[in-house]
Design a protein around this ligand. Structure first.
Ligand SMILES: Cc1cc2nc3c(=O)[nH]c(=O)nc-3n(C[C@H](O)[C@H](O)[C@H](O)COP(=O)(O)OP(=O)(O)OC[C@H]3O[C@@H](n4cnc5c(N)ncnc54)[C@H](O)[C@@H]3O)c2cc1C
Length: 423
């Protein structure tokens, strides 16, 4: 068994041997994901106790290289394994890990994130959804928005206000809520991509058992900070590499053959195509548009590819540090900014290379419409998981030590704040 003390070469050899012996493209995807989860090779940065191997960033990179060399499909991705899982491992009880992780890592259950509200995005701690204790349960009322994948999800990670008489960061509790109940209404929001990745979610007397509180009552902000850091990291480069492995958001078809491409469908298809498969779309762009000898285009593509590799490695480092109990810290904001930069660069270079064809949409257009899809989805990356401006604030204040933004509401009880209309 590999451990963090094994050398990177040993890990690569052991992983590749395992993938060669176990990878079967005809296996149903659900069986393959189960096999990956049980072996620890699916989430090698996670602790050994919870479906991982506790490996370092260099080792994780070598596992990914081994998997790619064998051509094996990656583990499931999405909000469950990228955000909810690490948060539950860090802040949840043993019992909660046992209950929620197995069907998450095997892709059987999909998760969504019920954080943002109409009046609380960048200022997330200003959220107004309320949860009130009722015996062994909590009753939740409020509205969430931009909830990616809510329509497919079995579980949601939810933050709600449980005490209005303390400052806004101090009266929030973090729950795992069952999405399949009468108190939850999911309404899709149509995007300019033509798809509807995210939703409005209305909670009307929705119920959560007390045993689903993650961490302590009124101490949910610290759990949310863990989730947000993992979100930034996953929307940075690791999200991109994860798209190579499976749909970020959407239903998992666990019965399709594991070797059949299906990752990141719908409006995420462009992102998946661009950043999955070892960046083949990027590398192949000059040849695909008949300009393999165009030195300027080749140079632009080389820069994008190099950025992608740097971003991917940065993200692996953060994941491994997190698995070793260190972080993820504010430095993940750098990776997220890098991802925004990358997507914009690929959008501009890609559409420039396609020329007039860049105006066409659909699978029968050049490169299967992937770059056009990516171009339409590109603004999302610099907003989701905290906007570019917010990432810069974090880097400025918590990494560079610049003076903090003035916060007039810091010490006031939430009930006394004079903002919002629903209070
Ligand atoms: C594709 C996508 C998927 C998403 N999925 C989810 C999801 O699954 N679950 C979920 O809970 N949320 C989700 N979100 C919501 C996302 O987290 C928010 O959109 C984001 O945090 C920004 O909040 P907002 O939209 O309310 O913008 P606002 O906070 O209203 O910001 C508006 C503008 O003001 C700027 N701004 C605000 N405050 C400051 C400041 N202090 N300093 C400088 N500039 C500032 C922002 O940068 C932005 O440009 C998703 C968003 C996108 C785009």
């Amino acid at each position: 068994m590999t451990t963090a003390t094994s050398t990177t070469t040993n890990v690569r050899e052991e992983a590749e041997a395992w993938f060669r012996e176990n990878w079967d493209p005809e296996l149903p995807l659900g069986d393959w994901w189960q096999r990956l989860a049980d072996s620890g090779w699916g989430f090698p940065a996670w602790p050994e106790k919870w479906f991982g191997r506790g490996l370092t960033s260099d080792q994780v990179k070598s596992v990914q290289a081994a998997r790619v060399a064998v051509g094996a499909t990656g583990p499931p991705s999405g909000i469950g394994v990228m955000m909810a899982g690490p948060s539950i491992v860090d802040h949840g009880t043993e019992e909660q890990c046992k209950r929620f992780l197995p069907d998450m890592v095997s892709g059987k259950e999909i998760w969504c994130q019920l954080f943002s509200e109409p009046g609380a995005g960048s200022d997330l701690a200003g959220l107004q959804a309320r949860a009130v204790r009722d015996g062994d349960e909590w009753i939740v009322n409020g509205q969430k928005v931009w909830t990616s994948g809510a329509q497919f999800s079995r579980w949601g990670i939810l933050i709600a206000r449980t005490d209005v008489d303390v400052p806004k960061h101090e009266g929030i509790t973090y729950f795992v809520i069952d999405m399949d109940q009468p108190g939850i209404e999911v309404r899709p929001l149509k995007e300019m991509t033509g798809g509807a990745t995210f939703n409005e979610v209305f909670l009307s007397d929705a119920r959560v058992p007390h045993e689903n509180v993650i961490g302590e009552v009124n101490r949910g902000w610290s759990v949310a900070v863990t989730t947000l850091a993992h979100e930034r990291n996953s929307l940075g480069a690791s999200g991109m590499s994860a798209m190579a492995g499976g749909a970020m958001i959407g239903e998992n078809d666990l019965t399709r053959p594991a070797g059949k491409p299906g990752g990141g469908g719908g409006e995420m298809a462009g992102m998946a195509a661009a950043f999955g498969g070892g960046g083949d779309l990027i590398k192949g762009l000059p040849a695909a548009v008949g300009r393999a000898d165009d030195k300027v285009l080749r140079d632009q593509v080389m820069k994008i590819y190099s950025l992608m590799e740097i971003a991917r490695f940065t993200s692996l480092r953060v994941q491994a540090a997190a698995a070793a109990g260190r972080g993820p810290g504010p430095e993940v904001s750098t990776g997220k900014l890098l991802a925004s930069e990358l997507v914009r660069a690929l959008r501009d270079v890609g559409l420039g290379a396609l020329g007039a064809h860049g105006q066409l949409m659909g699978e029968d257009t050049p490169l299967g419409g992937m770059l056009q899809q990516l171009a339409l989805f590109s603004p999302a990356i610099s907003i989701a998981g905290g906007s570019d401006q917010i990432q810069r604030n974090i880097i400025g204040e918590r990494v560079l030590g610049l003076p903090r933004e003035p916060r007039v509401d810091k010490d006031l009880p939430f009930a006394d704040l004079k903002v919002g209309t629903q209070r």
